[in-house]
Every structure is written in structure tokens, then in C-alpha cells.
Design a protein around this ligand. Structure first.
Ligand code: ZN
Length: 281
């Protein structure tokens, strides 16, 4: 189903420092809720009309910045640039958690999620609700990363869950530093997940909170290790190899040989990185 077409357009040019983009402002109703809209180059923000226009404008600006950074890091930027016009990603922001849950039937712990074919829309959508602290700095980059990675690697290819979540957290504000501290402690006490378990773990089935924390922290920590040690150029190659259908370990070998020739070498070098690195201690 396409987005309701009865939208009143009221174009206003905004003077922006660096973006040469015309934003359009519109309002419409859906499911008893009234939404406004702001459009940029790659994103359209639909927000509850009780939410401040300036906040939605920040969301749009931030989303565009994240797009550039994330696309560059995973090597997507050089290949594709099709999140424009009809392909723009929709970001839907409800006024509060209750509206979000009523409309999307997400569990109460969910702060946002990504869908490619949500019934309300015709394409990629990020759905969340107004969260003063976290939205701009964490929810937004996290969900945009999932979408870009999916688009780049392809919906038919399997992406290891830890890798997907590791990249998404990598772009969150402060997440790497937090993970580093957690992993430093776990590694010291011999409580890190063996790399093979990390590669194969389905965290959705996990019931113990600390194991969920361990999985997420280790995921972003290994991604952080790969990018900070070997650079984003190689990381882009790794993603490209996955896009071509290689299994993760084969992709790893292809990209980082001879430095990393197996999952075990990766584990060993990552452990050393955690043990010896003193960042943020
Ligand atoms: Zn995620």
C-alpha cells in the first residue's frame, strides 16, 4: 500500500549551512493520528504533529550525516546511491511509546525497528517513537546501519547476526567505549565468548541478560578491532566479499590474509587488542 496521496504541499526553502536540499512540509492523518512530514535527499521523516518541527529537522539532518558516514565505512558509497526520490527511507516517529506499541505491536523493550515492507509503506522504513536522549545519537544510526548493510549485501545473503549488530552499534554514540570496558573485564576473567560461539549464536533465544550484554559488547568490539586495526577500506572489501556470497570466514581470509587467516587468528589478535590497548582506561 502506498502512503496516502492526499497531502497538502507547502514548500518552504530552508537556509542550511551545507545541505543543498529543498525540504517539503506536509501533514496528513493515519489511524486517528496526525503526522507531519519533512523530506531530505535520502530520507523522509513522518512525525506525530505534536512533535516539534525543529526536532524533526534535526532528525533529518542527522540521518543524512549518518548515511554518508556509514555508507563510506562499509564501502556502499562507491557503489550505490539509490535512496533518492521514491526510494527514500521513511523514518516514522510516534509521539510516545504507547502509540508506537499500539500501531506496531512491538514489545515494550523495543526502541525502534526496521522493515522493508511494512504494510503502511511501499519501501524501507525505520519506525520508532520520541525518546529525548537516545533517538538521535543511538536509535537512528543503529537502524540506518542495518538498512544500509542489508541493501549493500543483499536480502538473499546471510549476514552473521553478530556482524550485523556489531556494525549497527559501531555507529552509536559511545557504544564502542562502553563495549571496550565490558570486554576488558570479561577477557580478564576469561568470560569472553569463544569466537566460534559468537559467529553462530542466535541471541534471540538467549534468556540471560548478561549473555545478551556479552554478545552485543563482543560484537561491536570485534567490528571495532577490524576497522581500527585494518581500516575501513579493507572493511569495505570484507562487506563486498559477503555481498558476493562468501561465508564469513572465507570472506575474512580473502580480505585480511595473511594477517587474519582464520577465525582463531582473529580471536587471538582481538584478545590481544583488548588486553594491550589502553584506550579510555
Ligand atoms: Zn540491531
Amino acid at each position: 500500500m502506498r502512503w496516502p496521496s492526499k497531502i497538502s504541499h507547502n514548500r518552504i526553502n530552508l537556509f542550511l549551512l551545507s545541505l543543498i536540499v529543498v525540504f517539503s512540509f506536509s501533514t496528513f492523518s493515519y489511524g486517528g493520528k496526525s503526522f507531519k512530514q519533512q523530506s531530505g535527499k535520502h530520507f523522509i521523516v513522518y512525525f506525530d504533529d505534536t512533535i516539534d518541527d525543529a526536532w524533526a529537522h534535526d532528525v533529518l539532518n542527522q540521518a543524512e550525516k549518518y548515511y554518508d558516514t556509514i555508507a563510506e565505512t562499509i564501502g556502499y558509497a562507491r557503489y550505490q546511491n539509490f535512496w533518492t526520490w521514491d526510494e527514500r527511507v521513511k523514518i516514522v516517529v510516534y509521539a510516545n511509546q504507547k502509540d508506537f506499541m499500539d500501531q506496531t505491536h512491538q514489545p515494550s523493550w523495543s526502541t525502534g525497528f526496521v522493515v522493508r515492507d511494512y504494510k503502511l509503506f511501499s519501501s524501507r522504513v525505520i519506525i520508532s517513537y520520541l525518546q529525548e536522549q537516545d533517538f538521535l545519537t543511538n536509535v537512528l544510526p543503529h537502524e540506518i546501519s542495518h538498512l544500509i548493510l542489508r541493501d549493500f549485501i543483499g536480502f538473499d545473503q546471510k549476514i552473521p547476526l553478530w556482524f550485523d549488530e556489531g556494525i549497527a552499534q559501531f555507529f552509536e554514540n559511545g557504544r564502542r567505549e562502553e563495549a571496550y570496558k565490558v570486554m576488558k573485564l570479561l577477557v580478564k576473567n576469561d568470560k569472553a565468548l569463544p569466537i566460534i560461539d559468537l559467529f553462530n549464536k542466535d541471541i534471540h533465544a538467549e534468556k540471560e541478560d548478561w549473555k545478551v550484554l556479552q554478545f552485543y559488547a563482543q560484537s561491536v568490539s570485534v567490528v571495532d578491532f577490524l576497522i581500527s586495526k585494518y581500516g575501513s577500506e579493507s572493511f569495505g572489501e570484507l562487506c563486498r566479499s559477503l555481498k558476493d556470497g562468501d561465508e564469513f570466514e572465507d570472506a575474512l581470509k580473502k580480505t585480511y590474509n595473511p594477517s587474519l587467516d582464520s577465525a582463531q587468528t582473529l580471536e587471538q589478535k582481538w584478545l590481544n587488542f583488548i588486553r594491550n590497548s589502553s584506550k579510555n582506561d
